[in-house]
Design a protein around this ligand. Structure first.
Ligand code: GRF
Length: 198
């Protein structure tokens, strides 16, 4: 059984898509047992609470040291029996101790075709602006394994969208987001069915 913790900082539409897939039986042998946000007013926490899921505001700023924050986070993950982590619009870096505890069991979704248009500073509208500026004909979404570097780990699944000459960063973001909502549940399903292998 995949016991999933979802981390997010914002509106939570990918989390919502994952939840819907679970509720509709499209991801077998998996459940969400914890939702964590560094932002107390994040939509992702509201969605979790509306679905009676444990929703916790946890930020490093609430702790005197990074190590105390790491301890609290790890205790919470253990307490809920978490064995898989999905980052969905999470704007913070996970403590490296947490990354080390879940090898190949932490995934993230990125709104471009990695390894292009990833790394530090490549988030939100910056990604889509860079894609359009570069004249790329294709963009898309990538689910990848999380390691110590931003947007760096092995690719789990990727899907493309066409970039039209009249696309703006906003229209491209909307196209990519639609794809993300299909891709993320599919990627988690691979892990739930034990079908992801490096
Ligand atoms: C998505 O575009 C995702 O690719 C990126 O952050 C955004 C999160 O959106 N990492 P949401 O909070 O899931 O709606």
């Amino acid at each position: 059984m995949l016991r999933i913790a979802v981390f997010g900082s914002g509106r939570g539409s990918n989390f919502h898509a994952i939840l819907a897939a679970l509720q509709q039986g499209r991801i077998p042998n998996a459940q969400i047992c914890l939702v964590i946000s560094n932002n107390s007013s994040a939509g992702i926490l509201e969605i979790a609470r509306a679905n009676s899921l444990p929703a916790i505001h946890l930020s490093q700023q609430l702790f005197p040291t990074e190590s105390a924050y790491g301890d609290a986070l790890i205790a919470l993950l253990r307490q809920q029996g978490v064995n898989f982590i999905a980052l969905a619009g999470y704007m913070k870096r996970l403590p490296s101790r947490v990354v080390g505890l879940f090898p190949d069991r932490i995934v993230n979704i990125h709104p471009a075709l990695l390894p292009k248009f990833g790394g530090k500073g490549m988030y939100g509208h910056h990604v889509h602006e860079a894609v359009i500026r570069s004249g790329e004909r294709l963009s898309g979404a990538t689910v990848h394994i999380v390691d110590e570097e931003y947007d760096h780990g092995a690719v789990v699944l990727q899907r493309t969208v066409d970039v039209s000459p009249d696309d703006t960063p906003e229209t491209l973001a909307a196209k990519v987001l639609r794809i993300e909502h299909e891709l993320y549940p599919e990627a988690i399903r691979l892990f739930a069915e034990g079908r992801y292998h490096r």
